[in-house]
Design a protein around this ligand. Structure first.
Ligand code: BES
Ligand code: ZN
Length: 628
């Protein structure tokens, strides 16, 4: 309790002035970047982007003489001030030694004579490293076709590895871009397309008119085609996957309408999906106007569309109202997971929504336990303390599911209609702003003073925000929806139901997941063998069922299925799938050894952030040897 009061006192002390982002060198009290204009060529041979960025910079402090930007592994060639006459004046700059987490601070000198207006244009000529952490360059063999592929992933602090800028979510920019590609490839961005692509082959222009945080600037280049699904929505992907993707996501127009009904007007004009190659690091990434989506969601039966609903929901929570530092990540993901749940409920019914809730809740409880065991109990508070650490370490079920249940708790107190009104006002009041947890807390407490608002105390709120674990006011999570499956699982284990008599015809994938997740580590090999052959459990098919099956394979040490485990891990680069399985492997020494062997083969296909995450699991001691 004493510890708690101290944490609370510190948190409240920070409330007086918005804390600076610990993951950026930006000095936003001196200058703020308002607009980014990119002009980049894509070199698939050398795996580099090369060109210029022009930053429109506003001087906040008239005495400021240096502009600090974030970079990582960039080669900076030139820096110019573009004067109103159009004349380019050379500016001196210094690139500092890299920090392993933050990258290199780029400091640009500003002679006072030159700052004629409060807005200046700075042009930087540069090229990226062939190992830029935001960029994944895929060989044709890693795609669904015969052409190479490139995509960027900005969140959390990777944009600085392909654009020198103020890489903090507390700063919002508009942007425009000219991207030059090989003539037969198509570029897409998290922006509106400008002009006709066919006008100049290999040249693609874009504009994003709404101010967004830097982590949402996104680019993909490949053999891409588009199919409309309704007026405002559609899907981009490689030609051989287009029909399957358009079928899977046929509900897009309905989803968008449901989102607007819940959270207020959609402010980004279009909502399209880009279905990625298998190596894509995420289930989905909410790049504005164009979510990037893992192909593992294309299950054939529309059963995994909650990922789409989730990324769409970020159009409000995350993209419209943004966490201002990565310590406030739950503001993005907790609100989004709550909206996801509500949208799944309204689109696919209460049964499916409560199944997904029950599965996610079980995962949250496990995550909180794991964090305790690993000595990171503090990371199960909603407000994180990531200074000095890699912000990727803050990605856990806590932000998503504890955040979701904090809002579930508030919904319980408000009642649904009043809470829906609260949500719409929250989005309206903070639209196109970046806010931190303290700002949210203050706004919530103010809101609770309105006549008719429910009784919620600051102590109750602070227990959710600042204390680890689950608070006393955690709502009851209904798991009765799985009672029939749980009964069948028990009967099957006891031999009262034969393996080939399981009523799987009536099961949706979520019920399969529950059935598998509930099996104990002592389950006999004979039973596992029967399951495997009767239902073709392995590396293919529905990715969520395969994940739960392979977790069970590891938990029980069922060796005959190890080749499937390896194939699965070689065939996907999706963070959650990869990390879940390597975490399960790392729980025993024999699992860890098996994991090491698989990782050595799978590593080249994984995104740099995922390699780090896997290595943290396989080699928990920082100084342990790492394979080359
Ligand atoms: N924004 C996240 C992905 C992310 C988080 C990227 C942190 C980098 C750093 C995205 O919205 C997300 O949460 N994706 C999930 C799927 C979702 C349905 C929970 C994923 O990738 O699994
Ligand atoms: Zn998300």
């Amino acid at each position: 309790m004493r510890h708690y009061s101290l944490v609370l006192a510190l948190a409240l002390a920070g409330a007086a002035h918005a804390a600076a982002d610990p993951h950026s060198y930006a000095e936003t009290d001196k200058f703020i970047v308002r607009h980014v204009a990119l002009d980049l060529g894509t070199d698939f041979e050398s795996r580099r982007l090369e060109g210029t960025v022009e930053l429109t910079v506003e001087q906040v402090d008239p005495n400021a003489e240096t502009l600090s930007l974030d970079t990582r592994d960039l080669e900076i060639g030139t820096v110019h001030l573009i004067e109103t006459s159009g004349h380019a004046k050379v500016l001196a700059f210094k690139l500092a030694e890299p920090d392993p987490i933050l990258g290199s601070k780029l400091t640009i000198d500003f002679p006072h004579c030159c700052a004629a207006t409060s807005q200046m244009r700075i042009r930087i000529g540069y090229r990226t490293s062939n190992e830029a952490s935001a960029l994944q360059w895929l060989a044709p063999s890693q795609t669904y076709g015969a052409r190479p592929y490139l995509y960027s992933q900005g969140q959390a602090i990777h944009t600085r590895s392909w654009i020198p800028l103020q890489d903090t979510p507390s700063v919002r920019v508009t942007y425009e871009a000219r991207i030059r590609t090989p003539p037969d490839l198509v570029a897409v961005m998290s922006a509106a397309r400008v002009g006709d692509d066919r006008a100049v082959s290999g040249e693609h222009r874009f504009a994003m008119k709404q101010p967004i945080p830097s982590y949402l600037i996104a680019l993909a280049v490949g053999d891409l085609r588009f199919q409309a699904i309704g007026d405002r929505t559609g899907v981009w992907t490689e030609p051989s996957r287009l029909a399957a993707a358009a079928y899977e996501f046929a509900d897009l127009p309905r989803m968008l309408e449901a989102g607007e009904k819940m959270a207020g007007p959609y402010r980004w004009d279009r909502y399209d999906l880009l279905v990625m190659p298998r190596a894509f690091a995420f289930g989905g990434m909410e790049n504005p106007r164009l979510s990037f989506i893992s192909p593992s969601t294309v299950a054939g039966d529309r059963s995994l569309v909650s990922v789409i609903v989730h990324e769409l929901a970020h159009s409000w929570s995350g993209n419209l109202v943004t966490n201002s530092t990565w310590d406030d990540f739950w503001l993005n993901e907790g609100f989004t997971s709550y909206l996801e749940h509500r949208l799944v409920e309204s689109l696919y019914g209460e049964r499916r929504a409560s199944m997904e809730d029950a599965i996610a809740y079980a995962e949250l409880v496990q995550t909180i336990k794991d964090l305790e065991i690993d000595g990171h109990a503090g990371d199960s508070a909603l407000q994180l303390q990531l200074a000095g650490r890699n912000p990727d370490e803050g990605i856990s079920d806590v932000a998503y599911q504890k955040g979701r249940w904090f809002l579930g708790f508030l919904e319980e107190r408000f009642g649904r209609p009043a809470f829906d009104a609260f949500l719409r006002q929250y989005f309206g009041a903070h639209a196109f702003q970046s806010i931190d947890t303290t700002t949210f807390r203050t706004w919530l407490l103010e809101y609770l003073k309105r006549p008719g608002a429910p009784a919620v105390t600051a102590v109750e709120i602070d227990e959710w925000i600042y204390r680890p674990g689950l608070p006393a006011t955690m709502p009851k999570v209904a798991k009765g929806v799985f009672a029939p499956v749980d009964r069948i699982a028990a009967d099957w284990r006891a031999g009262r139901i034969a393996t080939d008599a399981l009523p799987v015809k009536d099961w949706i994938p979520q019920e399969w997941v529950r059935f598998l997740d509930e099996q104990p580590s002592g389950l006999e090999d004979a039973k596992l063998a029967e399951l495997r052959s009767a239902y073709k459990l392995g590396a293919d098919g529905n990715a969520e069922i395969a994940l739960s099956w392979l977790e069970l394979v590891i938990r029980t040490g069922y060796e005959p299925a190890y080749p499937d485990l390896e194939r699965f891990l070689l065939n996907t680069g999706r963070w959650r799938l990869v990390e879940t399985l390597f975490r399960e492997l790392s729980r025993t020494e024999s699992g860890r050894v098996l994991g090491e062997g698989i990782y050595a083969k799978a590593k080249p296909g994984y995104h740099a952030s995922i390699r780090q995450a896997v290595e943290r699991l396989l080699y928990p001691e920082a100084d342990a040897p790492k394979p080359q």
